[in-house]
Design a binder for this molecule. Structure first.
Ligand code: ADP
Ligand code: 5GP
Length: 246
């Protein structure tokens, strides 16, 4: 038994049931930044490459960030029941996680990280209730707007649309196991790493060292029950001004 991941070693009889980590966040919260750091820090964790009908942006490459496919091909995959989950985002683009992702992880004995939106997360939780879900939040609306502007990828209209969408997404916060408020980047990276390591430790079923207990305590700070009030205040910061009709 691999003590940390809770997986079985090659050659043992039990099948590795890949622990699945779901990460969602309003655009601009820092999810890509945090996921990239997490994948560097935690071994045995594979990023699930989704399928999408949207066009590649900037330096994106087919098969790296996404598999970029046509609408017809996406529809063919839906009809063939090849998706574990899929969703339409911003009313135009399709995004989906292929069932093969789990089969591959099972075969390789690795854990899987899904970077998917709140609709996809809901579908995965229905099919795999044991999946660990993490919602990343900005500290408040102003900070999110600042990050979106300074990222320099979107025009004003797109930024306003992302901010409106953010509020709707954040309303789903209580469907997630953990909430990570991405204020100080280094602290957030440490908390995210602690969540994955603590989940692995809980599956190992063995007594924990003091250091490991510290990891679990750090992760526990992000548990929904321990952070609900702060999340409510963040949600309030996204409330439309009275009388705006928004
Ligand atoms: P997302 O993937 O959620 O859309 P990004 O990872 O692209 O967000 O981050 C949005 C912007 O905010 C980027 O310019 C990134 O460098 C910056 N950023 C991310 N996390 C932090 C943080 N904790 N503090 C300050 N800036 C951050
Ligand atoms: P972007 O187009 O900016 O890369 O991603 C937009 C949104 O799509 C992000 O919130 C991301 O998490 C989500 N997303 C990416 N892949 C999938 C997927 O396979 N399924 C679902 N439901 N959402 C996805």
């Amino acid at each position: 038994m691999n003590s940390e991941s809770g997986m079985t070693s090659p050659g043992t009889s039990a099948v590795h049931k890949p622990p699945v980590y779901i990460i969602s966040a309003p655009s601009g919260s820092g999810k890509s930044t945090l996921v990239a750091k997490l994948l560097q820090l935690v071994p045995n964790l594979d990023f699930s490459i989704s399928y999408t009908t949207r066009l590649p942006r900037g330096t994106e490459e087919n098969g790296k960030e996404y598999f970029f496919i046509s609408r017809d091909e996406f529809q063919r995959m839906i009809d063939a029941d090849e998706f574990l989950e899929h969703a339409v985002l911003y009313g135009i683009d399709f995004y989906g996680t292929a069932r093969t992702v789990l089969r591959e992880a099972e075969r390789k004995g690795r854990d899987v990280l899904l970077d998917i939106d709140v609709q996809g997360a809901k579908q995965i939780k229905q099919k795999l209730p044991e999946a660990v879900s993490i919602f990343i939040l900005p500290p408040d609306r102003k900070t999110l707007e600042w990050r979106l502007r300074h990222r320099g990828e979107d025009n004003d209209q797109v930024i306003q649309r992302r901010l409106v969408t953010a509020r709707r997404e954040i309303e789903n916060y209580d469907k997630y196991n953990y909430i990570l408020i991405n204020d100080d980047l280094q602290e957030s990276v440490e908390s995210l790493e602690a969540i994955v390591r603590a989940e692995r430790l809980s599956r190992s079923g063995r007594p924990l060292t003091d250091e490991e207990k510290g990891t679990v305590a750090l992760a526990d700070r992000c548990r929904l029950a321990n952070i609900r009030d702060r999340v409510r205040r963040i949600l309030d910061s996204f409330s439309p001004p009275e009388g705006s009709g928004a």
